[in-house]
Design a binder for this molecule. Sequence first.
Ligand SMILES: [Mn+2]
Length: 479
Amino acid sequence: MIFDDLRSYLNALEEQGQLLRITEQVKAEPDIGAAANAAGRIGDGAPALWFDNIEGFTDARVAMNTVGSWPNHAISIGLPPNTPVKKQIDEFIRRWDNFPVAPVYRDNPPWAENTVDGEAINLFEILPLFRLNDGDGGFYLDKACTVSRDPTDPENFDKQNVGIYRLEVKGKRKLGLQPIPMHDIAIHLHKAEERGEDLPVSIVLGNDPIITLMGATPLKYDQSEYDMAGALREAPYPIVKAPLTGFDVPWGSEVVLEGVIECGVREIEGPFGEFTGHYSGGRRMAVVRIDKVSYRSNPIFESLYLGMPWTEVDYLIGPATCVPLYQQLKAEFPEVQAVNAMYTHGLLVIISTKKRFGGFARSVGMRAMTTPHGLGYVKMVIMVDEDVDPFDLKQVMWAMSSKVNPAGDLVQLNNMSVLELDPGSSPAGMTDKLIIDATTPVAPDNRGNYGMPVKDLPETQEWVSKLTRMLDEAKEGKQ
Ligand SMILES: [Mn+2]
């Protein structure tokens, strides 16, 4: 099933028992944040959460944790809720090869129902805002997609970008925006400011899950998120021209904010509890002026809790990080078998590969660090052999413990780039990077004594089946 808006996705979640309606009255703070935090603490099957009885709000609907579990992630990409994680990633990889699937322009977006312009805009009246963590410096829009264009090539559809960047609500029509230097919007903003111009933006809130996933996926600079959304949906993605900027935005959003990032303006933004499990601190960030708001009647406000992993963001960006890294590496090194970038947004990545010659695996590890995601995130890479499953941490720990001699298997690169949010970086944004080569050396690399591996006996698989069957029969006998 494919979803054209957030509402149809929430209906599908509810039909499959993956949406919980909280009917008792709650406080906006701390209850909504705490409940969404709790969703990450009750196991891998957590539901989405719906709130519409919030003290002090007369007219508010809040959806949290919509993609925050493996069943919900499966439903978001149209798979049965019990689909194993590895299968979800494999299906994501298969559909990636459909790229590009051109979007379709559709009329009458539901968000055209209500509009407010200029001085009359008051975001506090339209959005039921609340803080997520008790150390947050303000209200955040942390699941909105921001659409911008390359100011030096504004008609280029492929360079139009859709990305999720954290936004702090700083006034009735004023936002703070964090442009991470490695992300496409930072390139757009840099070009606009070089020309002394504001950068127009359209910010869409309350979206179907596929465009949310695409906004979080590290595509190449000139790969359209809409073309990839179509590939992932296996159907053209519905878009429409936004009324003020003329940018292409999702047809089905709940709320569309349009305005500009003001040229040369920076203000303190933060602190905000982040995916690293640490607060960001307050830093000087870009400022957005909102000039037009369009919204669906009775808009649903969608937000995402993040803090100490695992939380919704880890499910949201897990496969969305593994798959592009796999595809980008595989394009140059067909020997690559699998990529696990599911821990802390791929600050650490595990890659399995065949080896062409001695030293090959660490070359693949270095390439991972120069992909679009690698520049800002991939700080450590663990390289494992082709027969080690990077998603099976028992196997990975075996490879780490038995195949690594620190004398020659650690490759440390000094003063590399990472996003400032990495709490270990020093100064913020600079870090050493490390490749741990846990592959078996091949010629001419002759280090170690790996010539006599103990393989499972030829008859073992037969016994696995036999013992499993006997156990099942014994259990049935007891019932
Ligand atoms: Mn992009």
